[in-house]
Design a protein around this ligand. Structure first.
Ligand SMILES: C[S@@+](CC[C@H](N)C(=O)[O-])C[C@H]1O[C@@H](n2cnc3c(N)ncnc32)[C@H](O)[C@@H]1O
Length: 389
């Protein structure tokens, strides 16, 4: 697998990071995983267990490949969630594609021997690589799933790694071991959790996928005395959204709405990550999904936390698409306006955008931190962790 990552340009041909990928056995951290199949009834999983002699070859062909592997379903490690060999539900953790891991680890400047906090320990494989390069003392990690933390700690110890790993909500960072030279998150956040800023030394770095229910990209920030600033990386990546102990505060409104035509093809938001990124800036908290009306018409459906909604038909009539929208905001109007602006700027990708995080809030800007074009990155009210989390 390491040779494949070198050939793909994800790893250098030599050096401590490449050596760490050679030494750390992914199989020790992913003893079993789930393969997903999408059916008319939803997603179905099949357990592939490396401990089963009949499945060993199949298991190895995935574990030592550049693939994301599902390790937790509905908050249960796959071995328990799919004890009968198969099942369904929402997957809640995965071992990230090794190529993507390598790309982000290279961004961290590990040659400077930084102390690192990983948010989203998952299988423990990424943190094992960090331990191999930096030594256990310089590495800490948290995951919101106590069961994953238990399994990862066991597997890390079995391979001789003893970093500080804890079940904790990454929204709070991990104050016990702060400050850190780097925070890397392998789960996506809608904003930069403010607690992280105080837990990173001046000159330190935060690497995090900023994404909401519509789009996102990976952001690299430099921290300097209470302010963090930086740009989105050119290469796109998307991680699982961070889970939260906070109950979700979404409302629905009873509003029949109004309809009009739009010239913007909704499939562009669904299929092009740059256009999804722009729609995300415009709609902040909206979730965007492809769905079907009762009559079978395919729709792009957007729904805000405040109950604002928009439905856009994907089949054009004379080159235009029907849009129905209602609630306190006209979500599709916001998407269209930002989209027109984006086209007028020559369709820049996310690497032309950056973020400033300061005492007054968080804003995305275009091209320069003092640009006139800015979008708010809303920060929810502080979350209190339940006792013992
Ligand atoms: C893509 S997986 C991480 C993969 C992991 N780095 C590895 O090497 O296997 C994302 C992880 O983030 C965790 N997570 C989700 N929300 C979190 C939160 N609020 N705080 C900490 N961890 C969280 C999930 O439980 C999941 O294990």
């Amino acid at each position: 697998m390491t040779e494949h990552l070198i050939a793909a340009g994800e790893l250098a041909s030599g050096g401590p990071l490449t050596e760490a990928f050679r030494r750390v056995d992914r199989g020790a951290f992913v003893p079993a995983f789930a393969l997903a199949t999408h059916t008319d009834q939803g997603v179905r999983y099949r357990l592939v267990d490396g401990g089963d002699p009949e499945q060993r070859e199949e298991w190895a062909s995935h574990v030592y490949a550049d693939e994301t592997l599902i390790i937790e379903v509905e908050g249960e490690p796959v071995a328990q969630a799919l004890a009968g060999g198969s099942g369904s539900g929402r997957w809640t953790s995965s071992s990230t594609m090794p190529g993507l891991m390598a790309r982000h680890l290279r961004e961290l400047g590990l040659e400077e021997n930084p102390s690192v906090l990983e948010i989203g320990v998952g299988s423990g494989y990424n943190i094992a690589i960090l331990c191999e390069v930096l030594g256990d003392e310089r590495v800490a990690g948290v995951d919101i799933s106590p069961k994953l933390v238990f399994d990862a700690s066991r597997d890390l110890a079995s391979q001789g790694y003893f970093p500080k790993v804890c079940a904790y909500d990454g929204h709070q960072g991990y104050p016990d071991r702060a400050p850190y030279d780097r925070i890397i998150s392998t789960t996506a956040f809608t904003h930069v959790p403010p607690a992280w800023i105080d837990q990173v030394v001046p000159g330190g770095m935060i690497l995090v996928n900023i994404a909401g229910g519509t789009g996102g990209a990976v952001l690299r920030l430099e921290v300097d005395h209470g302010v963090a600033e930086g740009r989105f990386l050119r290469q796109w990546a998307g991680f699982l959204p961070a889970r939260s102990h906070r109950p979700s505060a979404r409302v629905s409104v009873d509003d029949p709405g109004e309809w009009r035509w739009t010239g913007l093809d909704p499939m562009r938001i669904s299929e092009n990550p740059v256009e999804a990124f722009m729609a995300q800036l415009a709609t902040t908290d909206a979730n965007t999904v492809m769905t079907q009306a009762d009559d079978g018409t395919s729709l792009l459906f957007l729904e805000g936390a405040d109950g604002a909604w928009a439905e856009v038909e994907t089949t054009p009539v004379d080159g235009r698409y029907r849009v129905d929208q209602g609630g306190p905001r006209r979500l599709w109007d916001l998407v269209e306006r930002t989209h027109r602006w984006w086209e007028s700027k020559g369709r820049p990708d996310w690497s032309s955008f950056g973020v400033t995080v300061g005492a007054k809030g968080q804003e995305v800007w275009f091209e320069s931190p003092d640009a006139a074009e800015r979008w708010e990155l809303p920060v929810p009210d502080p979350v209190r962790c339940p006792e013992g989390s």
